[in-house]
Every structure is written in structure tokens, then in C-alpha cells.
Design a protein around this ligand. Structure first.
Ligand code: SAM
Ligand code: SF4
Length: 487
């Protein structure tokens, strides 16, 4: 019986259309298997997805949830009591790996008590051979491991887990990780975390190979979705109540390369802006080397594109930028940022900065501080360089000692915080439109919303406001967020 089931869905496929057909078949089979298990249990089976890392992973997790709900699982907030727990992992920094393994280890005793629990691991970490070997060797209670390229195939993998003969110990883990793919499979079920906003992948992978970064190795080569597929998805989202979309890619500015149709990211944005019902458009991330004047023009003239751009700097030192393979200099970055500020005066510019890259000196840090002062970033994620194996920076000479990194990190962080506080205060007292996202977690008499420029504001309100765009007076700046009142 088990072989008959898996034979149907394990035949070779050669195209995205055939893959989609196989996904449909797998979903049907998984539904039947879950229905049987639910009947035996006398209740619906539950799932919990734990997400580590970036917006891409958050979006993949919505796909995992969509597939699980389509198969008959219901969401469970408590990770430890779910029937199926799946970890969608990140591996950008080594401490993300450590954090994940610690987390996974603490699940061991839980699974011992409840052997029926199914445990899955997917995402960037499982793409790495050594991390995968560690999972299979040290955490044999994990039932399923797959990677970033076959999320769409999750239903088939689930069937493999549910029908396998060997269910315990080493060798029992269903493992399917692809090195790369050029396929994009559309129309996978999705369970959105928010009714009124959604991420939309416009491209996958990355071709840039920044010298410190693992992403190109675990997310594969860059490939764009077609404009029609993207617009089709956004129209459906708008019809389903979505007001804000976040277009996702590792470098959205190179969107369109490799497609038959000639299309730039700026043109795609123009098309997205035409979709009725979509009131706000965000995107992430913009690589400075590919940011065009056409994009600045489209942003400046659009009512819908949010007044925020995330433009990772990484370092202010031209010498380090060259070593990082970033393809811009300190001066080019500053000129670009100031051009954006001039064309779109109310824009907020945020960034990523790495401290402690190999060979970094005090004078390189001075350059980074100089860029922060000249650009006046509205916010920045500051990261201590993580010497991850894989990318070439890990084997470069002149790794910076921890105490020096710590001192430099504190210096940069202080400058970033001073600058973002100064920038945020500029709009105190103004009335701004705010998309209300949630009830405030600390104080349920407040709601939390986001300004077009990405700042958060908390103000008195109730759940009826969630999902609405309302005018709010920004009464008190608290540094990196606001207290306000609805007008
Ligand atoms: N594609 C985006 C870009 O180029 O801006 C960034 C994606 S990456 C997941 C997010 C950020 O992680 C990067 O901008 C970089 O600052 C940081 N990062 C990547 N590798 C790192 C490493 N080895 N150590 C510390 N930070 C790192
Ligand atoms: Fe990593 Fe650079 Fe690609 Fe961003 S552009 S994902 S930092 S390699």
C-alpha cells in the first residue's frame, strides 16, 4: 500500500507544470492520510511553524502553513504540544545556527514523551552539508529535512514521512535537499499571517556573492518570476483584502534579468501600483550597485510606494567594500543616498552595517561613521561579522579580535542610534497615515501601526482598527517609535 502511494508521486517530472500536477496529487494523498490519523486521534491534528531569519523565510513559512492547512492540520500556538513542528531555519550568521541547534536539542525530551510528534527542519541551514549531517547524526528524532528549493514540494515530503516503514532512530529521517533549481512553481497554497498585508516573492536566489555572505550558496542562482504571475498573485491578494504588499528579493533592483520579457524593477513597481485595492507598496532589499534613476523617479511620483528604502551599506570603507565584492565606493553610496533624499525629501533610508570584517581598522570605522553622519540613516541593523564557513571572507587573514570588534560595534551603534533618534523626531506633531497592524502586546488599550516611512506608532484603539489605514497625530517621539492619537 505504502509503495503504491509513493510510486504515484515519486515519478520523475520535467517542468514546473508537471511539478504542480504532482503537488496536487500529493496534497490529495496527504489529506487522506491526515484524515485517517485525525480519525484515530478523535481530533484534528495540529501544527506549529517556527521561523528564524528574514522576510523570505517568513514568506516560505506562510507557504508551509498553507500546505499543512490544506492537508487538514490546524494551527497550534504552543510549539511543544503540536502534532507537527517544523523549523524554518536561517544560517546567515553562526549564532543563528547555534541558536537553532539549542532550540532543536530542547525538543528531544518532548519527542521522547510524545513519539507520535512529527519534527521537520527546512530552510537555509539544511542546505548546508555539514549542518545537515549534524542534524542527521545528533538529532535522529527529526523526521524530515528539506531545503530552500523544494518548499513547494512539502506535501509530497509529508506523504513520504507518513508512509515510511522505518520510523525511529538514525536512517529514518526523510531527507530531500536540492543543490539548486531553475524551476518556479506557482499557485502553492498559502496561509497568510496578516489578512491585510502580504509578502510577495518577485525573485529567488542571489548572484552577487558578497565575500561574507552564505545566501548565494543556500538560495541558489537568481531567478525572477514573470510580471504576469506576480501581478496575478497581487490581484488575488487585493481581492482577498490585502492593502499592503512587500515585494521580496535579495536584490530587487536586478529584477527581470533572464526573463524573456524586457522589464525592470521600476516598471514592475509601476504595474503593481495599478492594481486596485493595493494602497501601499514596499520592497526589500535594494542593492546600491543596481539602483536606477528610473526607480527613484517611479518612487518619487507614486502615491502608493512607501517612503522607505532599505539600502544596505555594509561598510563605509571603499577598501573593504571592494574586498566585500559590493561594487560601489563610499563616495558612490553617499551620492546615491543624497540623490534619493533630494528627489524624495520625506523618505526614510535604513541600512545594514557589518562591523569586524577581516582587516577592518580604526580608519575604516571612521569611514563608516562618516557615511552615517552624511546620509543620516533613519535606522540601521548593525551586525558583528560572523566568520561563517563557506564564503571566502572566513579564510581571509587579519580577522579582527573580539575586543576590538566589540569596541567598534559600540561606537557605530551609538552613532546610528543618535542619528535615527534625531531623524525620527523631525516629524513630531505631524498627522500621518498609519496602517494598523496589531493590538499592542504590552498594553491592550493601544494598537500598533506603521507609517509609510516604516516607523511604528502606538495609539489608543481597539481591534476594529486592525487592517485599516487611519490618520494619526504623532504626539510624542520615543526615539525609534511614536506615541500618537487617532484624529
Ligand atoms: N540581500 C540583502 C542585501 O544585499 O542587502 C541582504 C541579505 S542578508 C540575509 C542580510 C544582511 O545580513 C546583510 O545585509 C549583511 O549585513 C548581513 N550579513 C550577511 N552575512 C553576514 C555575516 N557573515 N556576518 C554578519 N552579517 C552578515
Ligand atoms: Fe548576500 Fe550580497 Fe546576495 Fe545580499 S546581495 S544576499 S548580502 S550575497
Amino acid at each position: 500500500m505504502n509503495n503504491t502511494i509513493t510510486n504515484v508521486i515519486n515519478e520523475e517530472v520535467h517542468s514546473s507544470e508537471e511539478e504542480l500536477e504532482r503537488v496536487r496529487k500529493s496534497l490529495e494523498i496527504a489529506k487522506g492520510l491526515i484524515a485517517e490519523r485525525s480519525k484515530d486521534a478523535g481530533r484534528k491534528l495540529t501544527y506549529h511553524v517556527t521561523t528564524f531569519g528574514c522576510q523570505m523565510n517568513a514568506r516560505d513559512s506562510e507557504k508551509l502553513s498553507g500546505i499543512l492547512e490544506e492537508c487538514g492540520f490546524v494551527r497550534e500556538e504552543d510549539e511543544l504540544s503540536a502534532d507537527f513542528v517544523i523549523y524554518n531555519t536561517c544560517t546567515v550568521r553562526d549564532n543563528a545556527n547555534q541558536k537553532f541547534f539549542g532550540h532543536l536539542g530542547s525538543l528531544g525530551p518532548v519527542k521522547k514523551k510524545n513519539p507520535e510528534m512529527i519534527v521537520g527542519v527546512c530552510g537555509c541551514l539544511s542546505q548546508e552539508k555539514s549542518a545537515r549531517a549534524k542534524i542527521l547524526e545528533s538529532y535522529p528524532f527529526v523526521d524530515l529535512v528539506f531545503g530552500t528549493h523544494n518548499v513547494f514540494d512539502f506535501a509530497r515530503l509529508l506523504v513520504m514521512v507518513l508512509t515510511r516503514e522505518n520510523t525511529k532512530g538514525r536512517g529514518s529521517t526523510v531527507t530531500e535537499v536540492w543543490d539548486d533549481t531553475d524551476m518556479i512553481v506557482e499557485d502553492i497554497p498559502v496561509r497568510r499571517n496578516y489578512k491585510f498585508k502580504s509578502g510577495v516573492n518577485i525573485m529567488f536566489g542571489c548572484n552577487n556573492f558578497c565575500s561574507y555572505c552564505i545566501v548565494p550558496y543556500v538560495r541558489g542562482r537568481e531567478r525572477s518570476r514573470t510580471k504576469d504571475d506576480i501581478i496575478d498573485e497581487i490581484r488575488k491578494l487585493a481581492a482577498d483584502g490585502v492593502k499592503e504588499v512587500m515585494l521580496l528579493g535579495q536584490n530587487v533592483n536586478s529584477y527581470g534579468r533572464g526573463l524573456d520579457e524586457e522589464i525592470s524593477f521600476a516598471k514592475l513597481l509601476t504595474e503593481v501600483g495599478k492594481v486596485d485595492g493595493i494602497e501601499r507598496i514596499r520592497f526589500m532589499t535594494s542593492h546600491p550597485k543596481d539602483l536606477s534613476d528610473e526607480l527613484i523617479d517611479v518612487m518619487a511620483s507614486s502615491e502608493k510606494i512607501c517612503r522607505h528604502i532599505h539600502l544596505p551599506l555594509q561598510s563605509g570603507s571603499s577598501r573593504l567594500l571592494a574586498s566585500m565584492n559590493r561594487h560601489y565606493t563610499k563616495e558612490q553610496y553617499i551620492a546615491l543616498a543624497l540623490k534619493i533624499r533630494e528627489r524624495i525629501p520625506d523618505i526614510s533610508i535604513t541600512t545594514d552595517i557589518i562591523i569586524g570584517y577581516p582587516g577592518e581598522t580604526d580608519s575604516d570605522i571612521d569611514d563608516t561613521i562618516d557615511v552615517i553622519e552624511k546620509v543620516e540613516f533613519d535606522g540601521a541593523f548593525t551586525f558583528i561579522y560572523s566568520k561563517r564557513t563557506g564564503p571566502p571572507a572566513a579564510s581571509m587573514p587579519d580577522q579582527v579580535p573580539d575586543d576590538v570588534v566589540k569596541k567598534n560595534f559600540d561606537r557605530v551603534l551609538k552613532k546610528v542610534q543618535d542619528m535615527s533618534t534625531k531623524r525620527a523626531a523631525l516629524i513630531e506633531g505631524q498627522i500621518r497615515d498609519v496602517l494598523v497592524e496589531d493590538i499592542n502586546r504590552q498594553d491592550p488599550s493601544l494598537v500598533t501601526g506603521r507609517l509609510s516611512n516604516n516607523l511604528n506608532v502606538h495609539f489608543p484603539g481597539d481591534s476594529s482598527l486592525v487592517g485599516q489605514i487611519v490618520d494619526v497625530k504623532l504626539t510624542e517621539c520615543k526615539g525609534f517609535y511614536y506615541i500618537g492619537e487617532k484624529v
